[in-house]
Design a protein around this ligand. Sequence first.
Ligand code: FAD
Ligand code: SF4
Length: 338
Amino acid sequence: MRSFSYQRATDAGAAVSALASSTSDNNPLTLATAQPLAGGTTLIDLMKLDVMRPATIVDINPLARSWSAIDLGGDNLRLGALAKMSDVAGNTEVQRSYPVIASSLKLAASPQLRNMATLGGNVMQRTRCSYFRDISYENCNKRNPGAGCAAMDGFNRMHAVLGTSDQCIATYPGDFAQALIALDAMVEITGKSGTRSLPFAQLHKPPGDSPEIETTLQPGELISGFAISGRWPRSVYLKARDRQSYEFALSSAAIALDVQDGVIRDARIALGGVATVPWRAREAEALVKGQQFDDGLAQRAADAAFADAKGRRHNAFKIALGRRVVARALQQAVTMEI
Ligand SMILES: Cc1cc2nc3c(=O)[nH]c(=O)nc-3n(C[C@H](O)[C@H](O)[C@H](O)COP(=O)(O)OP(=O)(O)OC[C@H]3O[C@@H](n4cnc5c(N)ncnc54)[C@H](O)[C@@H]3O)c2cc1C
Ligand code: SF4
């Protein structure tokens, strides 16, 4: 591991100025000279692998006093970015009113990791593409822009079937982001000029021609929290993976429904494990809205969700798997008792 300097930010202002003053290029993740440190469960791993090489890490944990709250006020939820995954997953009010959030966090990683890792770090984690994480492979456009992509013709079983480009097919790996997408969450961002808020769906950027730029965060900006309007007790997170615990999704679905008298009045469907960014399945949502639920409807929605999917040599199975996950998650959401 390379040597680096360590700063402990005492307040938000100090954190953003430490980050903004030492960031020298427009790739806020790979080549930035300063990185925020939250739980460290991704950042330190990638530094050990020599994939991320910050000259400075800015420890933001002292901000936890103001940035780790779980606030359920009226019909809204606000989660601080430094809240631990395990604290949010174990919160009984979150479990009752937003089961999709509690399950997405509980099904992610291991208990030890969830005790350490934060919500902000979770949504900012980087792809698990093995070529990205192994610097002996030069040809990774995300790590070395313009160098090509080893995964296109290599081992791409874990890779994306939706939202890919001819530059990168890496999957966005997290679970919590899908719940945020399904709940139309807003993300609060703190930077040098104060706090701004944007739809969470606009945080992650599809790879396009610049897979090295993964988010719309500007240099020096930090995620300070997430805000959700309304309560969504009829919501589920279903995750298919190679083994029952401690494993990333091959395919997942976060679903939030409003059902009255058997008719789906509102539907939000997000997919994980299959796309380059947390993926909103709007065609599937449109198909089920206003409809009486039955198995045929679930199947048509699942087909619509993957209509544009493009499989490759090792990952084409994700299309069939993903359809089943969507259909089953819809059925679970419709029939759950609330
Ligand atoms: C073996 C293993 C299995 C895992 N399985 C899963 C899984 O199944 N599902 C899943 O979702 N995750 C999984 N993870 C990932 C894990 O959940 C993440 O490592 C964790 O959530 C990251 O949070 P952290 O607080 O430790 O982030 P850190 O490692 O501290 O930071 C991660 C990145 O986010 C940046 N960052 C941190 N906080 C902020 C902020 N507030 N604003 C802006 N940038 C920030 C950091 O600079 C860094 O680039 C797994 C990890 C491991 C090691
Ligand atoms: S899929 Fe993306 S991250 Fe993986 S090797 Fe290709 S460019 Fe790199």
